[in-house]
Design a protein around this ligand. Structure first.
Ligand code: EPZ
Length: 423
C-alpha cells in the first residue's frame, strides 16, 4: 500500500500547475460511447485515473472495442455491431458511477442488466431518480439478487420532473432520451459543466439535446447516433483543489487552463475571504496571505451553488484562517469524515448534522491520518502542508480515483511531499 508523507509547517506554494480532463465528465462521456451504432468515437484530454480504467472495462464488458492510448490521453471506442447488455458486479461495485451505462444500454438494446451500485462512505447514494425517470419513459424495471433489469421495446419521450437535480440521473435520462420515440423534457435537471460537456458530445453524435446548463433539458429522440471526436472539459474540482492549496499556504500559483465560469462559486467565496483570484491569459492566478484572510460561511448546493466536491478541501483552508468558519453540507449526508482525521492534527471543530463549525487559526501538528474518500484524501494532504511536522496519509486508492500525480504537482509547487510504497 502506498503512503504520502508530507513535511509541513512553512509551505508556500509558488509556480504553475496544469490540470487534467475532468473525471466527472469523462465517466458519463465513456457511457455515451455505447450509443453510436456507426463509426468510432474519439475522446481526447482523457485523465489517467483508476476510475477511467474501470469505466473502460465496463464498456469493454459489453463487447465494445475500447483503446486507451495513455501517452496521448486519448480513448477510441468502436461500438458498431451488436453489443451485450450486462454491466457486471465486479466493475459496478468498484465504481458506482457505472450506473450511468444503464440508460445508454437500454436505449440501444431494449434490455439492460446492471448491478445495483452500493452506497459509499459519503452517503447512501440511492438511484431512485434514475429508475423513476426510465420508468416514465416506458421501461419496466425489476430488481433481484443485487441486479437491476430494465426492458423497453422502445423508450418513449416523457415529461420528467426530478425531485432533486441529481447529476447521474440527469446524465442517465438524457442519454436514454436521445434514442427514444418523441421528445423528453427533464425539469429540475442538474446544471453542472459536466452535464453541458455530455450534451455537447451527444449533439456531435447526432442527438438533439437542448437546454444543457439550465434546469430544463429538452431531448428530441433520433433513430441512431454516429461516432465523433470530443475534447473532455477541464477538471474544475482539480483546479479548485489547487486554488485552495495556494490560498492556504500564502502562495502564488497559476492554475493553467482553468475555466473561471466553471469555478465561479468557489472563486467568489475565496475572494470573500480576502484571497486574490485573477483571470489571466493562461489560466487563473491565486495569491494570498493567510494572516489577512477572514472566516466565512459556506453552504454546498447543486451547481451553480458551491460544489460539494470542494467541501473537504475548503474546510482545510478554513482550518488556517483565524476565527470561526461554518461549512454546511446539504448534498451528501456523511461528508465530514475528514474533520475527524483533522482533529488528530489539532483542528477544533464541532459537527451538528449538516453543519460543521471550524475554529481556525490554531497551530496544527502533523500526524498519521486515514483517508475515507476521494476528496477527503486531498483535504488531508493539503492540511499536512500547513501542519508542523510529518503527516502520513494512507489508503491512497481513494486519491488515485480522481487525482493524477497529485503529490508530484504539489512538490513542483514547493511542497515537501513524497509518495512511498510500503510492502
Ligand atoms: C456526481 O455524483 C459526482 N460523481 C460526485 O462526485 C458529486 O459529488 C455529485 O455528482 C454531486 O455533484 C460523478 O460525476 C462520477 P447526485 P452523483 O446523483 O451523480 C441524491 C467526486 O468526489 N440522489 O447528484 O452520484 C444523492 O443521495 C464525486 O468526484 C437521490 O436521492 O450525485 C445525493 O444526496 C463524489 N436519488 C444527491 O442526490 C437519486 O436517484 C446528489 O447525488 C440520485 C441521487
Amino acid at each position: 500500500m502506498d503512503k504520502i508523507i508530507i513535511e509541513g509547517g512553512n509551505t508556500r506554494l509558488q509556480g504553475e500547475v496544469t490540470i487534467e480532463g475532468a473525471k466527472n465528465a469523462v465517466l458519463p462521456l465513456l457511457a455515451a460511447t455505447i450509443l453510436p451504432t456507426q463509426g468510432k468515437t474519439i475522446l481526447r484530454n482523457v485523465p489517467i485515473l483508476s476510475d477511467v480504467f474501470t469505466m473502460n472495462n465496463v464498456v469493454r464488458g459489453l463487447d465494445i472495442k475500447v483503446d486507451f492510448n495513455e501517452d496521448q490521453n486519448e480513448v477510441v471506442v468502436d461500438a458498431s455491431g451488436d453489443i451485450l447488455d450486462i454491466a457486471p458486479y465486479e466493475y459496478v461495485s468498484k465504481m458506482r458511477a457505472s450506473i450511468v451505462v444503464l440508460g445508454p444500454i437500454l436505449a440501444r438494446n431494449g434490455h439492460a442488466k446492471v448491478s445495483m451500485p452500493g452506497g459509499c462512505t459519503i452517503g447512501s447514494r440511492p438511484i431512485d431518480l434514475h429508475l423513476k425517470g426510465l420508468e416514465s419513459m416506458g421501461a419496466k424495471i425489476t430488481q433481484f439478487g443485487g441486479d437491476i433489469t430494465a426492458t423497453a421495446d422502445k423508450l418513449k419521450g416523457a415529461h420528467i420532473y426530478m425531485d432533486f437535480p441529481s447529476v447521474g440521473a440527469t446524465q442517465n435520462l438524457m442519454m436514454a432520451a436521445t434514442l427514444a420515440e418523441g421528445t423528453t423534457v427533464i425539469e429540475n435537471a442538474a446544471r453542472e459543466p459536466e452535464i453541458v460537456d455530455l450534451a455537447t458530445l451527444l449533439n456531435k453524435m447526432g442527438a438533439r439535446v437542448r437546454g444543457a446548463g439550465t434546469e430544463t433539458l429538452t431531448i428530441t429522440g433520433v433513430d441512431q447516433l454516429h461516432g465523433t471526436e470530443h475534447d473532455v472539459v477541464q477538471d474544475r474540482i482539480e483546479a479548485g483543489t489547487f486554488m485552495v492549496a495556494a490560498a492556504m499556504t500564502s502562495g502564488d500559483v497559476l492554475i493553467k487552463d482553468a475555466v473561471w465560469e466553471h469555478n465561479r462559486p468557489l472563486i467568489l467565496k475565496l475572494k470573500e475571504m480576502g484571497v486574490e483570484v485573477t483571470e489571466e491569459e493562461r489560466g487563473i492566478r491565486v495569491k494570498s496571505d493567510t494572516a489577512k484572510l477572514k472566516p466565512v460561511t459556506v453552504k454546498t448546493l447543486p451547481h451553480p451553488g458551491f460544489p460539494t466536491d470542494m467541501q473537504a478541501q475548503f474546510t482545510a483552508l478554513m482550518a488556517v484562517v483565524n476565527g470561526e468558519s461554518t461549512m454546511i453540507e446539504t448534498v451528501f449526508e456523511n461528508r465530514f469524515q475528514h474533520l475527524e482525521e483533522m482533529r488528530r492534527m489539532g483542528l477544533h471543530s464541532e459537527i451538528l448534522r449538516d453543519t460543521a463549525m471550524i475554529h481556525g487559526g490554531n497551530d496544527l501538528q502533523g500526524a498519521p491520518v486515514m483517508s475515507t474518500d476521494l476528496r477527503a484524501s486531498a483535504a488531508l494532504i493539503l492540511t499536512g502542508m500547513v501542519a508542523n511536522g510529518t503527516t502520513v496519509v494512507g489508503k491512497l486508492t481513494h486519491l488515485d480515483r480522481g487525482y493524477y500525480k497529485f503529490h508530484e504537482k504539489l512538490a513542483n509547487l514547493g511542497a515537501s511531499i513524497k509518495r512511498v510504497s510500503e510492502a
